[in-house]
Design a protein. Structure first.
Length: 323
């Protein structure tokens, strides 16, 4: 990880513990979740179709299609990290474990993301929540003028989707690779990941697919869509939920597999994506988010209008102001 300062289950039969994430209480579903299987089939069809048909498609069609497919696949991996969509961990790994995004191993994403869910009261706390976008007062004091400028720029949507997602990704990789020197499990995860990336690159070369198109479409497309979803999903507030709700339209809700209803996801992290809209209503998540991290009824267009070049939040976590 980069410098941390700078940066319920479905009903049915008793679920089966996941061998990878059982330490976090994640449980596999009792039955195959066919809506998620259908999504996985659509994603793989989209990605493989765009790559195999690239010789007949202009780049300005291929790259956006790959970006959409890669962003959608990231949401599928998020589902798999929470134990979906089958009762068998090996099957879930086959469906969603391929390292198509190159940057980060699925096993590490699973570990870190589930740790992010452990303590709701500590969400956004730098040094504790590994997905926090805030820095501590100490880290801010150590930062030079250039780093402070970067941190401010990253609080805008445009800055987050350009500098922020790239800097954060590289920070995760750098910190993890340093840690592999002393962690055998982590070293094995990264060796498997590097092998998988090498296989994908070899297949791209054999099919004469332009590597630059893949990097822009799949690698950057993944962090772009993930960055768009995560931009406003958490906010440090003294009272109320720290998880927002973004009321997105059908295309982005499907790409994000309803994870834009983020308060509901954190309230019931084991719920499958297709159950979240109904659960959002049942829990009154819109009202809770409005009184906490934020309710954005205008969806991501509202976020773009409000925060494209204006800061969404301050870089320093505001907890000291609450004392």
């Amino acid at each position: 990880m980069q410098d941390r300062d700078l940066t319920t289950t479905d009903p049915g039969r008793p679920p089966v513990p996941s061998p990878v994430s059982s330490m976090y209480g994640v449980q596999l579903p009792a039955h195959v979740e066919w809506p998620t299987i259908a999504v996985a089939a659509a994603i793989w069809t989209l990605l493989i179709g765009a790559i195999t048909a690239h010789q007949w498609l202009p780049w300005w069609v291929t790259v956006p299609v790959l970006a959409i497919g890669s962003g959608w696949f990231a949401s599928l991996q998020h589902e798999a990290a929470h134990g979906h969509p089958t009762p068998w961990h090996a099957a879930n790994l086959v469906i969603a474990g391929a390292p198509i995004g190159f940057v980060y191993p699925f096993a590490r994403f699973t570990d870190l993301h589930l740790a992010h869910h452990l303590e709701p009261s500590l969400l956004t706390e730098p040094g504790i929540d590994n997905e926090s976008r805030y820095c501590s007062p100490e880290a801010w004091a150590r930062a030079g003028r250039l780093m402070r400028l970067v941190l401010r720029i990253e609080r805008t949507l445009l800055g987050h989707l350009t500098i922020g997602v790239i800097r954060t990704s590289l920070g995760y990789v750098y910190a993890d690779l340093r840690a592999t020197r002393h962690d055998a499990r982590l070293r094995a995860i990264w060796l498997r990941h590097i092998f998988g990336v090498a296989v994908i690159v070899t297949m791209l070369l054999l099919t004469d697919f332009p590597i630059l198109q893949y990097v822009v479409g799949v690698v950057y497309g993944r962090v772009f869509f993930t960055g768009l979803r995560t931009f406003a999903e958490h906010r440090a507030v003294m009272d109320g939920t720290r998880c927002a709700v973004v009321r997105a339209g059908l295309p982005l809700s499907m790409i994000f597999l309803n994870n834009n209803l983020h308060h509901t996801h954190h309230a019931l992290p084991g719920a499958a994506w297709y159950r979240l809209p109904r659960l959002n209503e049942q829990l009154g998540s819109d009202d809770l988010a409005r009184d906490g991290a934020g309710l954005y009824t205008g969806g991501y267009l509202e976020l773009a209008r409000r925060y494209a070049i204006r800061s969404f939040c301050q870089p320093v976590h505001p907890s000291n102001d609450w004392a």
